[in-house]
Design a protein around this ligand. Structure first.
Ligand SMILES: [Fe+2]
Length: 223
């Protein structure tokens, strides 16, 4: 439910070939459905339905031609920035996962000053907000109550499998595990951008981690 598999739309895959290669490996790992979520970030990645769905059609056509059995849908990963605030204020339809969830992220520098208001407005508009990889926002590590507050107010937290594998370093891994242990996590995602990410996920099977995820009811086909 979180990946960057549409070529040239963001910092994810750079070609349809690369995407097809990754999807084949994910299918072999046991995935049957993927939701790909290009970034939408003001001043950086200006994506919308007209860039995302044609790219999705291209990928699905190639998968079909190559006989790859995988359902691929698209939504987006929205940075909670001024552009997103505008979309919400204008009542623009947002790109949903499973017809209700909106995948969001914070800046890596600081949390948005008005994140409570934006999440509230999202809910008032009938969406269910998900915050992507909260463990990667280092400024929250010493502010754990924010994670609890988000969870309590119905913002669903999505941890990256890459964080659990230690890909972004030990403090991010520790916080990801802590979030799991406190049962604050609703989703795990690959957030896969390229082959190197898949290599990390598929390497060195961690059975303790796989068990922890299974006990938490979090589906994953890689760890
Ligand atoms: Fe992402």
């Amino acid at each position: 439910m979180h990946s960057h598999l549409l070529a040239e739309l963001d910092d994810g895959v750079t070609s349809v070939d690369e995407a097809v290669g990754l999807v084949k490996q994910l299918a072999a790992a046991g995935y049957t459905k993927l939701v790909t979520t290009p970034h939408i970030i003001s001043g950086l990645y200006h994506n919308h339905a007209d860039t995302i769905f044609p790219a999705l059609d291209k990928l699905n056509l190639r998968l079909q031609q190559e006989g790859v059995k995988m359902e691929v849908e698209a939504a987006a990963e929205y940075m909670l920035d001024d552009y997103f605030e505008g979309l919400l204020a204008d009542g623009e339809p947002l790109l949903k996962i499973s017809n209700k969830y909106i995948l969001t992220e914070f800046s890596f520098v600081s949390k948005p000053f008005n994140y409570r208001e934006m999440f509230f407005n999202l809910k008032m508009a009938g969406y269910e907000p998900i915050l992507a990889h909260p463990e990667r926002f280092r400024y929250l590590h010493d502010d754990f109550d924010v994670y609890r507050e988000l969870h309590e107010t119905g913002v669903l937290l999505q941890v990256n499998l890459l964080s659990l594998k230690g890909h972004y370093g030990s403090s991010i891994q520790r916080v990801a595990l802590q979030l799991l242990k406190e049962k604050l996590v609703t989703f795990v995602g690959t957030d896969i951008h390229h082959q190197r990410h898949l290599d990390v996920l598929a390497g060195n099977r961690d059975t303790a981690l796989a068990t922890l995820l299974a006990e938490s009811g979090l589906q994953n086909h890689l760890l």
